[in-house]
Design a protein around this ligand. Sequence first.
Ligand code: GRF
Length: 192
Amino acid sequence: MKTICLAIFASGAGSNAARLIEYFSDNNDVKVCLVLTNKQQAGVLKIAEKHSIAAVIVTKDEFYDFNSVQGILQKHGVDYIILAGFLMKVSDDLVKAYAGKMINIHPALLPKFGGAGMYGNHVHAAVKASEEKESGITIHLVNEHYDEGEILFQAKCELAPDNTVADIRAKVQALEHEFFPQVIAKYIANER
Ligand code: GRF
């Protein structure tokens, strides 16, 4: 059977990308074969380089030119797209082309704390401001609307009143690193 190729789209530090690359390096059926970013300085580029994984930096114009992105993905034989802290909204054309094959992780319990502008510490700050007793992660398929695709998995962590935004982020990140790789692996295995 053909090895399934994952492309990770990321704009930031890339800690989830690192976890995914490491996790799938031990998997004979699925591999991370491409990292795509829109940021020249994204930490994820160093991670890709360390693991000898192809990486591309796209401009906004390239990213919203469907043929251009499609060309990159086809060249690398990409089967699934994993959004791991990718801050650009994916075009409807690309969402359609990868329907059921594009997965995002959101650092809160959707449908709460999702939508435009809800990323990174903005999410954790909003969770703190509303005095939530818990937060967590949501792993979901991507559709045309921000954070509204079918939910595949959620995991929760308890919050204490004196937890800072950094504390909340650390708790959520621990869940991301634990569950994101295995949820992707299970989803792909079920689809085969
Ligand atoms: C994660 O919190 C993820 O849930 C969100 O963006 C963040 C990316 O962090 N979508 P990293 O770059 O993987 O460290």
